[in-house]
Design a protein. Structure first.
Length: 232
């Protein structure tokens, strides 16, 4: 009943800049399967199309090189981490308000901007462009979870404690990730022979333990595969 009520809600109900709300399916301990496929919003579909474009360009770079190089593998991992950030948030919180829609749109533009550099090596200004994209998206997700923690501070809901822990954990991790990328952009020179360590550090900071604090990862993966099916 809660899921149906959420599905029938108009996108502007509760205000255009309303506080983040937990999706109805997050509070359940079991996953229910229905024959009716959930609708995919235009912004979500656009985001997944952009991610598919990024993966495709990485694949083109691998095809041109004739082998799977370390640079292409690292770029793939960076785009994958961006995908997981966006999907991890959208499968736990309502993303129909303007703030979440704007964040998704800016993420799409940043990813498209970075895909222009996937055929260049890490030790180049194009590699710096990938770092800029990753730092920008990490910063936006840090602000998203700051907003979640701020709006949930006085909540007495059944998952209030889990939401707070989830938000604080992601605030710390996205801050650390953004710091790693900023060090690679402004401190480490482009010709540094160990620049790969910056990329590995940023990717590690973007990794999350599945079903931690506020678990909805399995439901999220179903949405990802559904979106990819419709995108392709």
């Amino acid at each position: 009943m809660e899921q149906q009520k959420y599905a029938d809600k108009t996108w502007y109900e509760g205000g255009l800049w309303r506080a983040p709300e937990i999706l109805p399916g997050v509070a359940t301990t079991t996953q229910k399967f229905t024959r009716q496929r959930e609708a995919i919003s235009l912004s979500s579909l656009f985001f997944h199309l952009v991610i598919v474009t990024a993966f495709t360009r990485v694949g083109v770079a691998i095809s041109n090189e004739g082998f799977l190089g370390v640079d292409s593998l690292i770029y793939f991992a960076v785009f994958w981490s961006v995908w997981k950030k966006e999907d991890g948030y959208s499968t736990r919180f309502d993303t129909t308000d303007l703030s979440a829609q704007l964040e998704t749109l800016l993420t799409c533009f940043a990813v498209l901007f970075a895909t222009l550099s996937v055929q260049a090596p890490i030790a180049s200004t194009d590699g710096t462009r990938i770092m800029m994209m990753a730092a920008f998206i990490a910063g936006m997700h840090c602000l998203l979870h700051v907003r979640v923690a701020f709006t949930n501070r006085n909540s007495d809901g059944p998952l209030s404690r889990e939401v707070t822990h989830y938000a604080m954990f992601n605030i710390v991790m996205t801050l650390l990730e953004m710091t790693v990328w900023l060090v690679g952009i402004f401190v480490v020179p482009v010709e540094w022979p160990f620049r790969l360590a910056i990329f590995v550090g940023g990717i590690v900071m973007a990794m999350r333990v599945p079903r931690a604090f506020l678990a909805n990862d399995f439901h999220g993966m179903l949405n990802v595969f559904a979106a990819l099916f419709w995108a392709v």
